[in-house]
Ligand binder design. Structure first.
Ligand SMILES: [Zn+2]
Length: 218
């Protein structure tokens, strides 16, 4: 079992449990040719969730999914999941704003701030703590997503999960650059295309007199 949503875009997944969040965000439609939104249809979504939970469970030394029942996700589950996904991607995209713009962020309460979710925790014989999903449908997934975001925030990995700055792409990638400066999921495709558009715009605004600027490699 693999992280099917992220690997279909040819991207490496985030480390450890953060890969679950990464894969969840990449269920969105993106890429060329356009891949489907995996949360647009209950059977597609249930198949994705089954694969994702299996991949997620592999990081624990305990069989954390034993006794966990996975029902088919309903249309209602998908509505909540898509809204949660949208809000999370929006929070990642807000990082592309300049520091100065950061104060104007939309802090309106959304579906995420009103969630009532839980995870189950347990101890292994050696004292290792593990977690299990709790609840059904969207609750089962978003409980784990919240847990993994918090683990990543504590580990300092959360700021490395990013939504490609190319508005037409929005692929979510894990930035492994040393100074965490990447903004494109792939510099060759999204980065170069954006630089080309920017240099054309510069030339237009200066009546074709301007030299092509040095590309900004993200
Ligand atoms: Zn991209």
């Amino acid at each position: 079992m693999t992280w099917t949503a992220t690997t279909r875009y040819g991207l490496d997944t985030a480390p450890d449990g953060l890969a679950l969040v990464h894969d969840f965000l990449n269920t969105a439609a993106s890429g060329r040719p356009r891949q489907p939104d995996l949360l647009s249809d209950p059977s597609l979504a249930t198949e994705w969730l089954r694969d994702a939970l299996t991949a997620w469970a592999r990081q624990w030394s305990t069989p954390v999914l034993d006794g966990v029942e996975l029902d088919t996700l309903t249309e209602r589950d998908l509505t909540t999941l898509r809204r949660a996904r949208e809000e999370l991607v929006a929070s990642l995209r807000a990082r592309h704003l300049d520091e100065a713009d950061g104060h104007g962020r939309d802090d309106a309460r959304g579906v995420l701030t009103d969630l009532n979710i839980a995870v189950e925790a347990g101890f292994g014989p050696d004292g290792t703590v593990h977690f299990r999903p709790k609840g059904r449908g969207w609750k089962m997934l978003l409980g784990l997503v919240a847990l993994e975001i918090r683990r990543a925030q504590d580990a300092g990995a959360w700021p490395r999960l990013k939504s490609c700055k190319n508005d037409r792409c929005r692929g979510v990638f894990y930035d492994r650059s040393r100074n965490n400066s990447g903004v494109w999921h792939d510099v060759r495709t999204c980065g170069n295309a954006a630089n080309l558009r920017a240099s054309r715009a510069r030339r237009r605004s200066t009546g074709g007199q301007s030299a092509v600027g040095s590309p900004q490699v993200g």
